[in-house]
Design a protein. Structure first.
Length: 201
């Protein structure tokens, strides 16, 4: 079966709150939620202007934001491939769906390195610009924490999510339509990650 392409989102991630919406949706489902962090309310855009004496390090800030966006896009690509493969097979044994690997081992390494670099950026900021630098750091790290926690939750609990989806959908719809509405996974974490990556681009 031909898999529909994952279209790039056109909105700004935090404006439309896609990641927050998906997070709330997963929180409402039964099951193990121990690995989920508490998502923070998006902070307003930091005042990156700083002062004339001690301006915020704009090149470094932009580089960190680009690296954050790149990691989110890589996670989106991996999760999209795995979810499309799993949910497109209507006769799959759902007790084995939880064996999905949505987070590559390399992504965990990149996440740690990126979080360390964000903290170093905030610590190196001048006193006058530290509030803005810390706000940017906290927003980025919270976003990464939430993204990874959601993917790990879906790795463990996808079979439960699938069963609940099949039970709650109208009987008149096919299993394929229930799990892949409009050709996309019913829990479209890849779209949420792309939307959020766009906010960091």
């Amino acid at each position: 079966m031909h898999e529909p392409p994952m279209r790039e989102p056109t909105g700004r991630g935090f404006k439309y709150g896609t990641l927050s919406t998906l997070y709330a949706r997963c929180r409402s489902l039964p099951g193990d939620r121990r690995a989920l962090c508490k998502i923070v309310s998006p902070l307003g855009p930091p005042d990156a202007r700083g002062t004339t004496e001690d301006p915020l390090d704009q090149p470094r800030l932009k580089l960190l934001r680009r690296r954050t966006a790149a990691l989110l896009r890589e996670l989106a690509k991996q999760s999209d491939e795995q979810l499309l493969r799993a949910l497109s097979h209507g006769q799959a044994r759902w007790d084995q769906v939880d064996a999905l690997g949505l987070v590559p081992a390399k992504a965990h390494v990149l996440r740690k390195m990126l979080a360390a670099d964000w903290r170093a950026f905030a610590e190196a900021a001048a006193i006058e610009t530290q509030p803005a630098a810390r706000a940017a750091m906290q927003e980025a790290i919270a976003t990464l924490d939430t993204s990874f926690d959601l993917l790990q939750l879906m790795e463990r609990r996808l079979a439960t999510f699938v069963r609940l989806r099949l039970q709650s959908a109208p009987e008149s719809t096919t299993q394929e339509d229930r799990l892949m509405p409009d050709g996309r996974p019913f829990l479209d974490v890849a779209r949420a990650l792309l939307d959020t990556a766009e906010a960091y681009s």
